[in-house]
Design a protein around this ligand. Structure first.
Ligand SMILES: Cc1ncc(COP(=O)(O)O)c(C=O)c1O
Length: 422
């Protein structure tokens, strides 16, 4: 089975880790040397059902025997069923599904085009630490200058505003007395930093790559109000938070807010199938099909996988498991926080958890965070950090199928790693 003889060939555009992964099962990955790892990142935060989910694979095999691909101009049962399912499980104001995309970035771009097309307005608000994808438009709208640094400015219609990062509040406020100043101040950005014509605000309900920032529920209440007042389409990027990650089907349910649109990808593919979509209210449906459609959008095999994934997630106990196991991990991490002074904060919802690492003076400790992530593999863990190695948060986001006893092993290994580092 081994593929050891071809490691990092010169033909690869960039080098990747030396480890060759050979096999995955549930929360575990196995390399070509036979080492076992618990994947705390669910691959790229997308394998919500873990590696090699048999039910999804059997469904895809069946679909592959019938039809693998057809142009999205025609109907297929798989895509029709997926559209119906997505409407069934999403907030009830979202009644239309645009499935002709195959990546999160393209789903986000579609949502923005829909908002612009509907309103005739141009500008888009996003958050400082957002990660919305890597196409030109999404790089331009994402926060963090390092993502945009080598590229010429392409989009003048985006403006970033401070995120609701209560631990390190941009406005030096405290959450119990701030009155949600970070929402209030958006009015100033609209007035002074935009052309005044805001089509949309796009936001990850919990920041995926920006440090696992969990806004207070009140933030979304106020934000919804602000968007209504300015007739701004509120777009939830649920690409990481969707499909059970928070213990609810969507973060919108957890925060009890109705966005005007929602974008989905990653976890919808269950065990790794490439599928994405934009969900929207009826009023944003005017965008012509030819204005946003991609060859592998409305993918028949991926849609079949997605339908099965949703069916599994709807079974009794599935989402409850996320809440129960997530709480167990959070509690264990809180104990570790008391022991290890370099842990400044443990935050999360369900199985979307971040651990913030600091120096003695409470400054972010990026070096130590990266060191923890690097050493994790020696302890049988795969950990990923925020901002691709430029941040001070490591993330615990295992597949949602993780059991309590597997979570115990995860926490045991993590504690051992942190003890040795201490
Ligand atoms: C929150 C979020 N939005 C959008 C994207 C972009 O998705 P894709 O890589 O499928 O284009 C990502 C990918 O990491 C993401 O985490």
């Amino acid at each position: 089975m081994g593929t050891k003889e071809i490691t990092n060939p010169d033909s690869l555009y960039y080098k990747v880790d030396d480890v060759v992964m050979e096999r995955g099962e549930g929360i575990y990955l196995y390399d070509s040397e036979g080492n076992e790892y618990i994947d705390c990142a669910s691959a790229t935060f997308n394998l919500n059902l873990g590696y090699t989910n048999k039910e999804v694979i059997d469904t895809v095999k069946e679909q592959a025997d019938q039809l693998i691909h057809v142009t999205s101009s025609y109907q297929t049962n798989a895509v029709n069923k997926l559209a119906e399912k997505l409407v069934e499980i999403s907030p009830d104001n979202l009644t239309k599904v645009h499935p002709k995309v195959s990546s999160g970035s393209a789903a986000n771009e579609g949502a923005i085009k829909m908002a612009q097309n509907y309103s005739g307005k141009t500008d888009v608000i996003s958050l400082f630490r957002s990660h919305l994808g890597q196409t030109y438009m999404m790089s331009a709208l994402s926060g963090n200058s390092f993502r945009r640094e080598p590229f010429p400015p392409q989009f003048s219609f985006g403006l970033q505003v401070p995120d609701p990062y209560c631990n390190r509040c941009f406005y030096n406020q405290k959450p119990d007395s701030c009155g949600m100043l970070c929402v209030e101040r958006i009015n100033d950005f609209i007035e002074y930093a935009s052309n005044g014509k805001i089509a949309a605000m796009i936001i990850e309900p919990i920041s995926g790559n920006g440090g696992n920032i969990v806004p207070p529920k009140e933030y979304f209440k106020q934000l919804r109000k602000l968007c209504d007042e300015h007739d701004i389409a509120l777009i939830f990027d649920e690409i990481q938070t969707g499909f059970g990650r928070t213990g609810k089907m969507f973060a919108a349910d957890y925060f009890d807010v109705k966005p005007n649109m929602m974008t989905v990808a990653k976890g919808l593919g269950g065990t790794g199938f490439q599928v994405a979509a934009t969900l929207t209210e009826e009023k944003y449906t005017g965008l012509a099909g030819h204005n946003h459609s991609f060859t592998y959008g409305s993918n028949v095999m991926a849609s079949a996988a997605a339908c099965k994934t949703i069916e599994i997630m709807q079974r009794p106990g599935f989402l409850e498991n996320v809440t129960i196991v997530g709480k167990y991990i959070m509690d264990s991490l809180e104990h570790m926080k008391k022991e290890f002074t370099f842990i400044a904060d443990v935050r999360g919802v369900g199985l979307m958890i971040g651990v913030e690492i600091v120096k003695e003076n409470n400054e972010p400790d990026v070096e130590l965070t990266n060191y923890i992530a690097k050493r994790a593999m020696d302890y049988g863990l795969i950990l990923r950090t925020s901002r691709y190695g430029f941040g001070n948060v490591f993330k615990i986001r295992p597949p949602l199928t993780i059991t309590l006893s597997e979570a115990e092993v995860l926490c045991f290994k993590l504690r051992k790693l942190l003890e040795d580092i201490k």
